[in-house]
Design a protein around this ligand. Sequence first.
Ligand code: TYM
Length: 339
Amino acid sequence: MTKPRVLSGIQPTADSFHLGNYLGAVKQWVALQDSHDAFYCVVDLHAITMRHEPELLRRRTRIAAAQLLGAGLDPDRCTLFVQSHVPEHAELQWVLSCITGFGEASRMTQFKDKSAKGGADASSVGLFTYPILQAADILLYEANQVPVGEDQRQHLELTRDLGQRFNHRFGATFVLPEAYIPPAAARIADLQDPAIKMSKSTSSPQGIIDLLDEPGRIRKKIARAVTDPGSEVRADEAAKPGVTNLLRIYSALTGEPISALENKYGSGGYGAFKKDVAEAVVATFTPIREKTEKVLADEAYLDQVLASGAGRAGEVARRTMDTVRDRVGFVPRMDRGDR
Ligand code: TYM
């Protein structure tokens, strides 16, 4: 029996992933490797939609791939690759952008948020069409499921709409994917401001825990995390957003249900609870950081993993693009053996 396919991507826009990336996405990626035919990419094309430094991008792309291996992706059980190594992503994006309405693209809230910050002139056309590139990433691989955090839900809906529209106009071609969003860790909040999500672009350094943070920093940040009036450890989004966020983090890391944690800590105050949350984060992140450092020290190994991933991903992507070119009505290029 063939396994269902998953695809997901992560941007190499910081020196480290953060706890939200880990719990919302990467932890799921690792868990799905055996039950699914898994494709995961470091989306460097997406990372140039905002102003960037070329050398920094190159370094961060390698760090991103190393962290994914450090977190437990196994190149023998999944396909890990860099988006720009497979040119079909950009090619399919063009075709899809020609069936995307301007108004439809304008409604994407991430674009609205990001462009509001920099003003219309600071926002590139690439930032505007970013979700269409994401749709291309997913549709190229005929993914059944896409493990992501809550903030990507709207992009997934656009992906389904575009896949369906293409199928309707040109004949059945694409599989329509489902979002795979972990209920408890769908939106990890900023530690200093639980009203906003933990995010590399908006969180203060104290509000965000990096995957590569040293244990001392992790402990300090959690000890200083904003909690709420009172002393009861109880999940209550409206009255206790800070404590609720910490409960979600602890539960997602340890697998202990939130109700069991509420019983365990009760009204004993926040001190002991925060200490245990910090130790759970440290226990998860320390081996990941150590493995990431090992992988980064062996550049030849990392390059070979990414080359073989690009080879496998490229095969699937080329097959899909051959079909797409044919359906759209492009003349086949005979010297290449196109259909
Ligand atoms: P990116 O790089 O911003 O984030 C990577 C993943 O981390 C999740 N995430 C969170 N989950 C829970 N709580 C948070 N605070 C939090 N912050 C981030 C994101 O939901 C995401 O799953 N557009 C995508 C990258 C992308 C992609 C794709 C994803 C490009 N092509 C194809 C899936 C499929 C993005 O910018 O993710």
